[in-house]
Design a protein around this ligand. Sequence first.
Ligand code: ADP
Ligand code: ZN
Ligand code: ZN
Length: 729
Amino acid sequence: MTFPIAEVALPIPKRALFDYSLAGFEHARIGARVMVSFGRRQLIGVIAGIKAQSGLAPEKLKAISALLDQESVFSEAHLTWLQWASQYYQHAFGEVLANALPVNLRKGAQAGVQEEVFYKATSQGQSLDDAELKRAPRQLAALQVLRQSQRSAKQLKDEFGSAVVNALLEKGLIESQCRTPEPDLTWPKRIKLADKPRPNLEQSLCITAIYNSGADYQCHLLEGVTGSGKTEVYLQAIEPLLLQGKQILVLVPEIGLTPQTVKRFEDRFGLKAGLLHSGLADGERLRVWQQARSGELGLIIGTRSAVFTPMKSPGMIIVDEEHDASYKQQDGWRYHARDLAVVRARLEKIPLLLGSATPSLESLNNALTGKYRHHLLRQRAGIAKPVHHSILDMKGQALDFGLARGLQGRIRQHLSNGHQVMLFINRRGYAPALICHQCGHVESCLRCDRSYTLHRGMNKLQCHHCGDAKSIPQRCPACSSDKLQPVGLGTEQLEDGLKTLFPGVSAVRIDSDSARGKDKLDKLLQAIDKGEHQLLIGTQILAKGHHFPNVSMVVVLDVDSALFSADFRAAEKLAQLITQVAGRAGRAHIQGELWLQTHHPGHPLLQDLLHNGYQHFARLALQERRFIHLPPFSYQGLFRVEANDARQAFDFLCQVREQIPQYPDLHLIGPLPALMEKRQGRFRMQLLLQSGQRTGIQQALAACLEAIEGLPLANRVRWSVDLDPQDFT
Ligand code: ADP
Ligand code: ZN
Ligand code: ZN
């Protein structure tokens, strides 16, 4: 007798699928999870295909150990989407599927909602003469309830106590049964619409266009400065969909920074949103996943991996701050949540909304070439005024703690008006290095070949590349001098400095050190909103999500380091950062001003950004990219290799290079050392594939990856492929 064969995708970094016999589980479906023995382990995989025959000899073919789902855990569109993703990113299908499931399901938890036990009256219980329970009035009362309708075990025991329930069970008057609770799909009826502002002309045009794309795929790019009313457009665009019972998935860079946004969605519709983020316990994550899948949640708001949330009746996907780097996964399967969302929306036939004050050049190009609908919001909504931008030429200026004297007076003015001032510096710690004034020795992390950062708060030296920390030496290890000096400026030092420069003014630091821990960031932000601090010192965190309505002045202390970077995206990132930071400030009636401290005031990028804004800058930057054939006008794939031995890393990439087939428009660059050549004691090298056609990269990789997996060195070095790499560190 022959049995059907399941092709199982396992969560291991192998591109192949594995054959198992479905003996005893002939009814199994594609998309269901199975438990199989693999080597000496038991693994949970997903049935990716079912076929009649296997290439394996019958005696080698094992049967699956258990079938975990009667139905597919994924909808058909979802499965097709993940298949596409596996091919696009050339990443093992099993790992892609595992990524798309909450942790508990990867471990074998039940995918559907838990069954519950309930009680009902038996026929004996229905027909019993009440007099027979005369001496047990509680039992009679419980029985009478159950004669009317079933009750869950919990409800009944809460009401009457276990003893009563057990007595009725023993007498055979009631019986227990299991059932799957029906999903509660009543939320559309519970929507309570709060007041909303009348959209301005640009907003109306956009809302109408989205409405007109109806129940079909269409990607809209919403480009508008912070405060121009993008969130308001989201809210009004999803309103008709929610009222029809369609679910909305909103992706945000970081939930801790966007409590205001979450609240606005919830308050507008009077609905609780399902939240998905890294701080969530596994059980809660599974619950949100289940509720979204069963259609019980109208609103789902989450970070990167929330893009995988299943929806019973999807209505729209929104990617807020679509340019944000956090949408790109930086290890394992290096997917880009925004790009996945685009394809998902197409397959689910729903509109997609990308919003940003500073769109990525990739999305902007798609909008300018007509692939996406492009909507501009040029005005700040309501009565908010645009922020004034100015450059401060630092050359020859006296600086205190990195802050030019001229600006200090300006800061005092803003403070005396009762406003807050934000100082932006992208370097945490006290100082990026500790140097010996006597002999020049710099304490460096040997595993990364970079200087340690001095942290006064922790009283430690810390390597920002591998996390290694050690105590601060009292004397120079090279010459024993005690003249060790911090060089450069970090957030901690700036905080100290401001206390000296502005005595009596409360300064607060917001970086990943001070905001570590649950609710810590939230508390800091609340204290700032309440006006407990006047000077805000921050890193990149400040550029995301949160609004600071009382901030009237923003100073970016050092823009020069980004102007001269080896990363071709550095200028784009700097422009986004500056624009975002500026946009977080000066809401409502306050006139905001932004100051950039630089030694290169004439730099064309700064000049363009300053005089013409991000929109102009981005279009110019696109022209430049086109001219030099960089993304989005070419496509890239990157082999990354790490090894204890630099030679091995290099040799492996040379062998990889030989395996890659030649195509007319495919260029190979490398092997080259990564921007960070060494990290945690490992040497890092890269090989870049670049092509004018997306498919060129895909075809080349598809043709050679199996052979590369089989190279002897492939098991001795750590390597990965990164499609559309976002950074080269
Ligand atoms: P963004 O998401 O682009 O930062 P928001 O949607 O948050 O912008 O809008 C900024 C502020 O302006 C919010 O307080 C919002 O309530 C208000 N707002 C938005 N659109 C309008 C409008 N058409 N009329 C009046 N106020 C508006
Ligand atoms: Zn020394
Ligand atoms: Zn290190």
